[in-house]
Design a protein around this ligand. Sequence first.
Ligand code: HEM
Length: 126
Amino acid sequence: GTPETFYDAVGGEETFRRIVGRFYEEVAKDEMLRALYPEEDLGPAEDRLRLFLMQYWGGPHTYSEQRGHPRLRMRHAPFVIGPLQRDAWLRCMRIAVDEAGIAEPYRTQLWEYLEMAANSMLNSFV
Ligand code: HEM
């Protein structure tokens, strides 16, 4: 049969819902980070990040059906993302990933991807 995807191995949509939900709880409490998000309601941003990650890891392609090609660097260009913003984003995500109880080697694989992706979103040196 078809090899199991990373998405299925870590528990599918429920796991991504848990991670991204927890992540945005932390974002809401981080003043510097929260100020970057243009919308008052973080719910739609939560949906977009969850759907993107689900698609990236082999789940349904709902993100691209709704948003088109991810072009994440371009979509982040309106926001100043320097080392402080990256570190704050990763701090929130670290809590969310740690609490999701994902087994190795998946947890490390996910974390290394998120660190790499966060670094690739840098568009400011301050
Ligand atoms: C959108 C900040 C890293 C994925 C956004 C938005 C902000 C933001 C302010 C707009 C909220 C919205 O309307 O959706 C940041 C900061 C980062 C970061 C400060 C620190 C490095 C990342 C990383 C990923 C990611 C590493 C993916 C692994 C997304 C996605 C969207 C988004 C999928 C929605 C794009 C769309 O379809 O419009 N981010 N982000 N972000 N971010 Fe990030």
